[in-house]
Design a protein around this ligand. Structure first.
Ligand SMILES: [Fe+2]
Length: 367
């Protein structure tokens, strides 16, 4: 057998996908979280892994899917939320722009699976299948072994149940609900995801007619979360658009780090927070660090974080900003408050043990 005769499309996919293999799974497992800190990893889109000194591992919005992979018939489903919003038929070219940094099937333990809302880029049937089929357990407040819970707003819970997650594994949350997981306390808060408001149950031509109606079911469709950790309070805004009510959340809670869904909206669409919204959100939440996310993943919503840097520098003195942005990378690790003064992330550049051994070169002056 030769390389050429053995190599197939299937062998290529198996040997290259997921792109990071189990690298990040191993890093998360091996990381020891020091007392008084919280470690987080960006899984892509709005997916965040939290790990605490008390051994809590929770995911919010872990997702393992992608977007368009073929031009197909060039049409969007007539009741897709973007079609509802903008009154259009043409398929959106939302191709996935980042690698898969985590292998959901290689996760050895997690204490809770959370979702902010039920859009496809915020929940994972793959991860749900692995958590259920591997019989993963955690411990409750009394130290009793229990199956790992799935936590989200009503529509997310309906989605999990539709996938086959047992109903008794799911916890439905609405704004104001509080859940304890080991040394974490998670508060569900109002979402401002107006794209969720125009998401109908049917994506077909029989979709609900929203015209002239004032929907009141946001709390069933989406929530934001405040994750209270030994290292500080982390605000996950899901896919919230900008809201003046961020200021109330900022008054109600001490927020250290805030994640905001950033992106450059195509003409005709209002879905992501743009530069000014991210800065306004951070100011309103009165957080210490704001971290843009989500701009990484869709080719048609990608945005340049340097816009945030430029506008931040223009405003920070005049508006006396008490926060600063942190620019992350997908797959990157951020520990709070250890990294609180860092402004940008770079992956480990390696080669730390250079010249620990004699180089194998003809002479030093080639170096
Ligand atoms: Fe999203």
């Amino acid at each position: 057998m030769s390389k050429v005769s053995e190599t197939t499309r299937e062998s290529w996919i198996k040997s290259t996908f997921p792109e990071w293999g189990t690298w990040l799974n191993e890093e998360i497992e091996r990381t020891e979280v020091k007392p008084g800190t919280v470690s987080m990893w960006w899984l892509g889109c709005t997916g965040i892994w939290f790990k605490t000194p008390g051994g809590a591992n929770v995911t919010i919005d872990l997702w393992a899917g992608n977007g368009k992979r073929t031009h197909g018939d060039g049409l969007m489903k007539p009741g897709h939320q973007m079609a509802n919003m903008a009154g259009l038929n043409a398929m959106q070219p939302n191709l996935r722009a980042v690698p898969f940094v985590i292998d959901p099937f290689a996760v050895k333990s997690v204490d809770a699976v959370l979702a902010t809302h039920y859009h496809q880029d915020h929940m994972s049937a793959e991860f749900a299948a692995h958590v259920i089929n591997s019989g993963m357990t955690t411990t409750d407040e009394n130290g009793k072994e229990i199956p790992v819970p799935f936590i989200g707003p009503k529509k997310s819970v309906e989605t999990w149940i539709g996938w086959g997650v047992p109903e008794d594994r799911c916890i439905t949350v609405k704004p104001g609900d509080v859940i304890k997981i080991k040394d974490l306390e998670i508060v569900a808060l109002d979402s401002f995801d107006r794209t969720c408001i125009v998401t109908t149950d049917s994506t077909g031509p029989d979709r609900e007619d929203l015209r002239g109606k004032c929907p009141t079911d946001m709390d069933e469709k989406a929530v934001n979360y405040l994750v209270k950790t030994p290292g500080g309070n982390i605000y996950h805004s899901g896919d919230s658009h900008y809201s003046i009510y961020f200021a109330k959340h900022g008054k109600d809670y001490d927020i250290d780090v805030a994640f905001g869904s950033f992106g450059l909206n195509p003409v005709g669409i209002q879905d992501k927070m743009e530069t000014t919204d991210i800065l306004r959100m951070a100011e309103a939440l009165d957080c210490k660090v704001v971290i843009p996310i989500h701009y990484d993943v869709w080719t048609n919503f990608m945005a340049d974080i340097n816009e945030i840097k430029v506008l931040y520098d223009m405003r920070k003195d005049r508006l006396d900003y008490k926060f600063h942005p942190f620019f992350w990378e997908v797959g990157g690790h951020y520990t709070y408050p250890t990294d609180k003064d860092r402004l940008a992330y770079h992956h480990d550049r390696g080669f730390h043990d250079c010249f620990d051994h004699e180089p194998n070169v003809p002479f030093r002056s080639v170096l």
